[in-house]
Design a protein around this ligand. Structure first.
Ligand SMILES: Cc1cc2nc3c(=O)[nH]c(=O)nc-3n(C[C@H](O)[C@H](O)[C@H](O)COP(=O)(O)OP(=O)(O)OC[C@H]3O[C@@H](n4cnc5c(N)ncnc54)[C@H](O)[C@@H]3O)c2cc1C
Ligand SMILES: *[C@@H]1O[C@H](CO)[C@@H](O)[C@H](O)[C@H]1NC(C)=O
Ligand SMILES: *[C@@H]1O[C@H](CO)[C@@H](O)[C@H](O)[C@H]1NC(C)=O
Ligand SMILES: *[C@@H]1O[C@H](CO)[C@@H](O)[C@H](O)[C@H]1NC(C)=O
Ligand SMILES: *[C@@H]1O[C@H](CO)[C@@H](O)[C@H](O)[C@H]1NC(C)=O
Ligand SMILES: *[C@@H]1O[C@H](CO)[C@@H](O)[C@H](O)[C@H]1NC(C)=O
Ligand SMILES: *[C@@H]1O[C@H](CO)[C@@H](O)[C@H](O)[C@H]1NC(C)=O
Ligand SMILES: *[C@@H]1O[C@H](CO)[C@@H](O)[C@H](O)[C@H]1NC(C)=O
Ligand SMILES: *[C@@H]1O[C@H](CO)[C@@H](O)[C@H](O)[C@H]1NC(C)=O
Ligand SMILES: *[C@@H]1O[C@H](CO)[C@@H](O)[C@H](O)[C@H]1NC(C)=O
Ligand SMILES: *[C@@H]1O[C@H](CO)[C@@H](O)[C@H](O)[C@H]1NC(C)=O
Ligand SMILES: *[C@@H]1O[C@H](CO)[C@@H](O)[C@H](O)[C@H]1NC(C)=O
Ligand SMILES: *[C@@H]1O[C@H](CO)[C@@H](O)[C@H](O)[C@H]1NC(C)=O
Length: 777
């Protein structure tokens, strides 16, 4: 399926940012000292050893590699650049007593094609025995490929892909095969993997004799949960509230609970984002400023096109931010104060949550919105607003100030509103987190990964982390009556619940089958069966691409990282004003539709210069392209499901888009309406879909993975009882005493547009409900 390919294709991570790193081991069968890793889930070993480094001239372009796999592994792939797209892929499988191998390459999320150039030679210890297949090979001309290379003097992310179904034609190295059933990343420390010239020559000749010598280090790598260290000798600090995840949910609840005097620990698996949090990752033109990638709104589009995407979670197959601020440090920051309908009973909220006004007021007081984010108050690059205004006016739309006229969401448009502050990314990190950090009863810990909560039946006694400085075996203790709040995002929270023995039996069985994770589970008699992950939604979204001669596509945002227009960079550096003070969207609009099932659904449109992809054979002027993304939002009836793979990667296991055909009919109608007045706007041309394709053909062919809007909600939703929901109306997990959820997971259904404004209001409310609930610290 496309989604997992998408993840492997989009991630490219530095070795240093990865939890798993290679170590040195000797394969006793061939005596070769490899730098590599044994994946604990499948027991597959991946290793590489390089010729010696030279102090002058070019480095060698070859290495010796091995894959040692149990026969259950039907095929294995190795992505040398750590990603599926535009990387050298080595694929191998057993065929009888021999190993068949192939070099492949992919430029899209489809079957990789043969890639000529590398020269592979099997070495003598290649073999198949009763339990394993062992591929040991020399790979020449293997350190660079079209669009990428290995720097063997350092470390880099490598990726493995595991196939659990036999390839279509095992005897043929050009065989097709089904998509990998699992994947993972590790940091390959190539700098530590260079042999002497003599050893390397012996390895090639198969005459290494070290098979009887002592193995100097083991093949096991650290995992997040298998540590047996006893931690510090001093008594670990206990907390009233341990909150997992510093996204908007975790930050807002941490601020409100610490404001109320509670002793709060906020744990975040990632590191700094904006300069205010200690972040330092900057565009070259901003190198001598304090303006990081996460500060500059105009760099939003580069979140998806960078070669060093350390901010995405490497173990979730869709985009999820893993750094301080979570999604709000990498998102488009489109910020809508919630409508009354967003919190209605019809949208799944318990009656106690429907009066959202006080919480929304508290939110907007802390975090105001702006639809003119440049510090000079001017609007820049507004041509798309004017063109689409001309397109929508004949359809009966009127202009509003979006966050002033909040409940008007039918036939309205306005300037895009953001939670940027002073021309920079603001959000909860610049506001709530800063007030929390000033309190002595608040502690933020970064680079701490939580695997599960520790519990005795319904009582949570601690939080299991990978940081043994926080407590014995990494377990953070709670004070008397202490509580835990999961704010790890729609995928992260669901995974922690599964790893804590809370969720549907099929997902808990996957945890039980993972040796490291199973060791942290409570006895199965204490498993809590709740519909975790079973009712998720995300907006289906479809792009229309146009050209208009008045539009400046701003080089399709392709140059903003390396070389934006000089004057724009100077203006932004000096004054945080100009084009770069805003993310790409310039206008948003909404319209209501009655479905044939009697349910009213809303469509949101987002207008921006540039386009992610254009598909037309007609010629067009790329300098004038722009996109309208149409999202189906409030009222959507389709639901999907979130689950985990055997190596604990989190992913959608049922896609949430267009499960109900009425959702598709309604969005199709919305798209049809948008384009109905194209001919009334002089020189406006729809280029995707173009005049060779109908709208229906275009929608039917639309790649589901690109329908993803990154607006996942509902994986631990709030509701009436444990048959239909995961948390009760106090945000407490059913059948537990002291475990809560405060993030997008608890939102029962999507609001009328991009969710983080509504989410943050809900988080103000969650904090208030948790504080008010008796029995706490
Ligand atoms: C690319 C993109 C663009 C978006 N654009 C918009 C937009 O323009 N407007 C809008 O309203 N919404 C947008 N969103 C959605 C919005 O950002 C999310 O709805 C919101 O961030 C969800 O907040 P959360 O607190 O539930 O989780 P997250 O923001 O996902 O935060 C979860 C945090 O928990 C941490 N974490 C996870 N697991 C663990 C663990 N095991 N241990 C420790 N820490 C952990 C993560 O590192 C992360 O920091 C966008 C999202 C994405 C990904
Ligand atoms: C199959 O192997 C041969 C050499 O043995 C090689 O030339 C060819 O490119 C390979 N094909 C694929 C698809 O890997
Ligand atoms: C090395 O591989 C590349 C493809 O990555 C190919 O273009 C080149 O011709 C190869 N070089 C040699 C010497 O075979
Ligand atoms: C088969 O190969 C595996 C992996 O190299 C090895 O651990 C195992 O001992 C081998 N089995 C036999 C019977 O040689
Ligand atoms: C392969 O793995 C997938 C995903 O984990 C699973 O659904 C499927 O049943 C597995 N197939 C086989 C043949 O084991
Ligand atoms: C940053 O400062 C260094 C040292 O003064 C200088 O060499 C470099 O050109 C500056 N970079 C930019 C983008 O101004
Ligand atoms: C814990 O996990 C985080 C996130 O993967 C990582 O950055 C950190 O280095 C890990 N800590 C330890 C002690 O392994
Ligand atoms: C678990 O809780 C029960 C009471 O519910 C108690 O009797 C038991 O001692 C506890 N077990 C541990 C290991 O704390
Ligand atoms: C910054 O703003 C000031 C005051 O408005 C203006 O004089 C100056 O030209 C601006 N600098 C740039 C580089 O735009
Ligand atoms: C582009 O459109 C054609 C039909 O005109 C379709 O066959 C093709 O798959 C599309 N390509 C992409 C990348 O969507
Ligand atoms: C494309 O549009 C740009 C910007 O309007 C214009 O300068 C250029 O002349 C156009 N190119 C063509 C080939 O029409
Ligand atoms: C449309 O394009 C024509 C030339 O192709 C030009 O004369 C006319 O001014 C344009 N109209 C608008 C509204 O841009
Ligand atoms: C749970 O709540 C749902 C929805 O309100 C309701 O239909 C169902 O009857 C309830 N189940 C139980 C066991 O109370």
């Amino acid at each position: 399926m496309v989604r997992a390919r998408l993840a492997l294709g989009l991630l490219s991570l530095l070795g240093s940012a990865l939890a798993q790193e290679s170590s040195s081991y000797v394969d006793p069968r061939n005596g070769i000292t490899f730098q590599g890793l044994t994946d604990p889930t499948y027991g597959v070993t991946y290793g590489a050893v390089f010729p010696p480094l030279v102090s002058s001239g070019a480095q060698s372009t070859e290495f010796i590699g091995e894959i040692v796999a149990p026969l259950a592994a039907k095929w294995i792939g190795l992505a040398l650049g750590g990603a599926m797209l535009d990387n050298l892929l080595l694929v191998a499988w057993p065929n009888g007593n021999s190993i068949v191998y192939s070099t492949r390459y992919a430029t899209d999320y489809v079957q990789p094609v043969a890639y000529p150039g590398p020269v592979i030679t099997n070495l003598p210890s290649t073999s198949v025995n009763a339990t394993h297949w062992n591929w040991v090979f020399r790979c020449q001309n293997c350190t660079s490929w079209s669009g990428g290379s290995l720097d063997t003097t350092s470390g880099a992310a490598w990726a493995w892909a595991y196939g659990n179904t036999t390839v279509d034609t095992p005897s043929n190295n050009a065989s097709t095969f089904a998509e990998h059933s699992d994947f993972g990343f590790w940091g390959e420390i190539m700098s530590a993997g260079h042999a002497s010239a003599a050893d390397y020559a012996n390895y090639l000749a198969g005459t290494s004799t070290s098979s009887t010598t002592t193995v100097s280090s083991t093949t096991t790598t650290t995992t997040t949960s298998s540590t047996t260290s006893t931690g510090p000798t001093s008594t670990p600090t206990a907390y009233d509230y341990v909150i997992v995840g510093a996204g908007p949910g975790g930050i807002i609840t941490a601020d409100r609970l610490s404001q109320a005097g509670k002793k709060v620990l906020l744990l975040e698996r990632g590191g700094p984002s904006t300069a205010q949090t200690g972040g330092t990752y900057k565009a070259p033109w901003a190198a001598n400023t304090s303006l990081t990638k996460f500060d500059v709104p105009g760099l939003f589009e580069t979140m998806f096109t960078d070669s060093n995407e350390f901010w995405w979670c490497s173990d979730i197959t869709v985009f999820a931010g893993c750094l301080v601020g979570g999604g709000t440090s990498v998102n488009g920051a489109l910020y809508w104060l919630p409508t009354d309908a967003d919190f209605s009973g019809a949208n799944g909220w318990p009656s106690a949550w429907q009066n959202h006004a006080p919480y929304t007021s508290a939110l907007s007081a802390r975090l105001p919105s702006t639809d003119a984010p440049s510090t000079d108050g001017k609007r820049y690059l507004e041509q798309t607003f004017n063109v689409v205004q001309s397109l929508l006016t004949p359809q009966g739309y009127r202009q509003v100030t979006i966050n002033s006229d909040v409940n008007s969401k039918d036939h309205v448009y306005g300037y895009s509103a953001y939670d940027f502050i002073n021309g920079k990314r603001g959000g909860p990190v610049a506001t709530y987190l800063q007030t929390a950090l000033q309190r002595s009863n608040f502690v933020l810990k970064q680079y701490v990964m939580v695997s599960n909560v520790v519990r005795n039946g319904s009582q949570i006694t601690g939080v299991k982390t990978n940081d043994t400085s926080l407590g014995p075996n990494g377990v953070v203790p709670l004070t008397t009556n202490g509580r835990v709040i999961l704010s790890a995002g729609s995928f992260g929270t669901a995974r922690i619940l599964f790893q804590s023995g809370i969720g549907p039996s099929d997902q808990l069985a996957i945890v039980q089958s993972n040796t490291a994770a199973a060791a942290n589970l409570p006895p199965s008699s204490q498993f809590i069966n709740l519909p975790v992950g079973e009712s998720v939604s995300d907006n289906p979204s479809i792009n229309l691409v146009f050209t208009h001669p008045s539009v400046d596509a701003y080089n399709n945002w392709a140059t903003v990282w390396a070389s934006p227009p000089t004057a724009d960079a100077a203006q932004y550096i000096n004054n945080q004003s100009g084009v770069l003070a805003s993310a790409s969207p310039r206008m948003n609009f909404w319209r209501a539709y009655a479905g044939s099932d009697g349910i009213t659904r809303y469509m949101q449109g987002t207008v921006r210069p540039g386009a992610a992809s254009v598909n037309t054979t007609n010629s067009y002027n790329a300098s004038t392209i722009f996109t309208i993304t149409a999202y189906l939002s409030y009222g959507i009836t389709s639901r999907g499901r979130i689950g985990i793979t055997p190596s604990l990667n989190a992913q959608p296991i049922v896609n949430p888009w267009f499960q109900d055909p009425i959702d598709k009919v309604v969005l199709t109608q919305g798209l049809q309406d948008i384009i109905s007045s194209v001919s009334s706007v002089a020189n406006l041309t729809l280029i995707t879909p173009d005049n060779h394709m109908t709208l229906a053909q275009y929608i039917n062919a639309y790649d589901p993975a690109t329908m993803n809007s990154n607006h996942w909600v509902g994986s631990a939703k709030i509701g009436a009882n444990s048959s239909v929901a995961v948390v009760d109306s106090n945000a407490k997990v059913f059948n537990t005493n002291n475990l809560f959820v405060a993030d997008a997971s608890l939102i029962p259904a999507l609001p009328v547009g991009n969710p983080h404004g509504m989410l943050m209001s809900a988080m103000e409310q969650a904090a208030a409900k948790i504080l008010a609930l008796a029995g706490g610290p």
